[in-house]
Design a binder for this molecule. Structure first.
Ligand code: CA
Length: 229
């Protein structure tokens, strides 16, 4: 059974989310402040995290950043302010989805299910193939979802990893931002193609010696990107 952590300081909302998710067969734990939420998310194993932005103690931005540095599970961020959602996107903290309050609990359940299905499919298909891609100093272990650059391990968010792995699996193929967005962010209800640009930038900062002159992920002006071999 999938286990979900909800970090939310408004009891009414937290209880509502918990009730709906439990009715859908999920096991749910609550944390009502940021410090407790961060600690639970880091120390215990959850399949998915639902994270409110404004919290007493550590805020949602910081929790997302710290959790993402060490864990790959899907993170859905929620906020009462549309502006905050734009800010979260811009920061590229590695959240997988964003919802603006108020939202319907059934929509939350639908998104939770979609993210879990997608994540589990990725993890299990990687396990079956047990594949490692090595190209000019970059080693991508799809099974363990780990990346090394010239022997040094780098931390990737789940979407950054998916994007890098997809490009590296299809070298010399030029993809448009729209194609990459469809491939990696397969729920058309959220996000936009600007997200692709942000993620490419983050990946380059980790794998390229000089991000301004990328040796791996090339920009094909007016078209998109390709992984060069
Ligand atoms: Ca709050």
């Amino acid at each position: 059974m999938s286990k979900i952590l909800i970090v939310e300081d408004e009891d009414v909302i937290a209880d509502l989310e918990k009730d709906y998710l439990e009715l859908s067969g999920f096991q749910v734990e609550l944390a009502a402040d940021g410090n407790k939420g961060l600690q639970k998310a880091l120390e215990e194993d959850f399949n998915l995290l639902i994270l409110d932005l404004m919290l007493p103690g550590v805020d949602g931005f910081e929790i997302c950043k710290q959790v993402r540095a060490v864990k790959n599970m899907p993170i859905i961020m929620v906020s009462a302010k549309k502006d905050d959602i734009d800010k979260i996107r811009g920061l590229g903290l590695g959240a997988d989805d964003y919802m603006t309050k108020p939202f319907s609990p059934s929509e939350l359940v639908a998104r939770v299910k979609a993210h879990l299905t997608r994540y589990e499919r990725l993890v299990s298909s990687n396990a079956r193939e047990n594949s490692v891609i090595e190209i000019r100093g970059i080693k991508i272990d799809r099974t363990a979802r780990r990346v090394w650059v010239n022997g040094e391990e780098k931390n990737f968010t789940s979407r950054e990893f998916d994007l890098l792995a997809f490009l590296a699996e299809n070298p010399n193929h030029v993809y448009t931002k729209e194609e990459l967005f469809r491939e990696i962010w397969d729920m058309d209800s959220v996000g936009d193609i600007a997200t692709v640009t942000v993620h490419i930038k983050k990946i380059r900062e980790k794998i390229e010696f000089n991000s301004a002159k990328p040796q791996y992920i090339e920009t094909i002006w007016g078209v998109g990107y390709r992984f060069k071999v």
